[in-house]
Structures are given as structure tokens and as C-alpha cells.
Ligand binder design. Structure first.
Ligand SMILES: N[C@@H](CCC(=O)N[C@@H](CS)C(=O)NCC(=O)O)C(=O)O
Length: 214
């Protein structure tokens, strides 16, 4: 079978998700660490975002589509349960994470540190200070979500946890978000458990954590 190529800088939380899926299924791949809006990426994603994927003649953009393809094409355990209710719950949390959590926690808050756009390169305090009050209730939501079983869906690691873990990890790298994380009852231990998982820690980006997440 053709070699699978994951294209995208490894510090992207969405690239990290696709690598967790490959590791969980035991699928070999090469990582092309291309950044957004570069030629290899623009050739596949209509808006130049990472990750994108190439597998023989097949190219795909968008992490959820890539994860679905890998899950269906390759052998190995699936991170989406076969039970329709549980599968629906996994998709529900992935959607919530992508549409509510990621835009605020990473694109607004963390990006204000990493890509501040300020004249002197210092963190954009306005973006940070307006994000934090909105993030607090979301941390409470996510804490409640994992309170019952210790995972987002059911009792085992699913694709929903694979989407949430990189984001939560990045939250542990900045002061205000780390304080929010530590103030919750269940999320710190949850994060430690997910990071200890082989697929997660072996695919963890090296270098300064939380740096290029756009
Ligand atoms: N919905 C996309 C989101 C991908 C995304 O936002 N990737 C970021 C890196 S983490 C990116 O490429 N940002 C560049 C940009 O928005 O221009 C997915 O799930 O793959």
C-alpha cells in the first residue's frame, strides 16, 4: 500500500490529533512539517490550513476527514465506538471542541502569546484578558463532561479525547489557563492520564510547548 503522508507542523493541535490516530492504529506514516499557506498545504486545503494528507492518489484536508479516512482504510483499533449512541457522543464532543473550545482557548487566548501581533512582540493583554472570563465557564463544562467516567465518552480513550488532549496540554503552558485548569476538580488528572498514553506522548511536539499552534 502507498505510504501515508501527514502534512503539517507538528505543534498544530489538529496535526497532533491525526498523529495520535495513526499511533493508536499502528499505521506508519511520514510527517512533512509544512506550515499553513505553503505550497504543499495550499495544493490540498482550499484555505491553506494544516493538517492535510496524501496517500497515493488520495489527498484530503481537515483533521476530522483525515482521521475518518485513516480509520476506514487501515487495520487497527478504532477511536470511534461502533455503538451509534457512543459514536454520536464522540462526534458531539469533537464538534464542541472544534467550534467552541479551539477558537477561544487556542485561536484567541494562546495565539495572543504566540502570535501577538504587538509592536514589541509582547503578549496581547487585551486578547488574553477578554478571553479568560469566557474560558472559565468552558473549563467548568469540560470538567463536568469527564467527571463521571474520567473520559469524554464512555470509559476508554476515544477520538474526542484525542481532540481535547492537545488543547488541554497547551493550556497547561500559560499562566492564566494553567490556573483555570488547576482550579477544576478532574481535568488535571485527566490530562496526566491522556499524556501518559503511548500514542499521545510519542506524538507530542518537541520544543517549546504551545508555540506555533496556528
Ligand atoms: N478545521 C480544521 C482546522 C485546522 C486549523 O485551524 N489548523 C491551523 C493550525 S492548528 C491552521 O492551519 N491555521 C492557519 C490559518 O488559519 O490560517 C481541521 O480540523 O483540520
Amino acid at each position: 500500500m502507498a505510504e501515508l503522508e501527514i502534512i503539517g507542523g507538528p505543534r498544530s493541535n489538529f496535526v497532533w490529533v491525526t498523529r495520535i490516530v495513526c499511533a493508536e492504529k499502528g499505521v506508519p506514516y511520514t510527517l512533512n512539517p509544512a506550515m499553513p499557506h505553503t505550497a504543499d498545504v495550499d495544493a490540498i486545503h482550499p484555505f491553506g490550513k494544516i493538517p492535510v494528507m496524501r496517500h497515493g492518489a488520495v489527498t484530503l484536508a481537515e483533521s476530522r476527514a483525515i482521521c475518518s479516512y485513516i480509520d476506514r482504510v487501515f487495520e487497527g483499533p478504532s477511536l470511534v465506538p461502533s455503538d451509534p449512541v457512543a459514536a454520536g457522543e464522540v462526534e458531539q464532543w469533537i464538534s464542541i471542541i472544534c467550534t467552541h473550545i479551539d477558537p477561544l482557548w487556542l485561536r484567541q487566548y494562546l495565539a495572543a502569546y504566540v502570535f501577538p501581533g504587538t509592536a514589541d512582540g509582547s503578549p496581547d493583554r487585551t486578547r488574553i484578558d477578554t478571553a479568560i472570563p469566557k474560558m472559565a465557564p468552558q473549563f467548568a463544562v469540560m470538567d463536568r463532561a469527564i467527571a463521571k467516567t474520567g473520559q469524554l465518552v464512555g470509559t476508554s480513550f476515544t477520538l474526542a479525547d484525542a481532540y481535547f488532549t492537545p488543547i488541554l496540554h497547551y493550556m497547561s503552558t500559560r499562566p492564566e489557563s494553567s490556573a483555570l485548569l488547576q482550579s477544576t476538580a478532574h481535568l488535571p488528572a485527566y490530562l496526566d492520564r491522556q499524556l501518559a498514553r503511548k500514542s499521545v506522548h510519542e506524538s507530542m511536539p518537541q520544543g517549546n510547548p504551545g508555540t506555533p499552534v496556528r
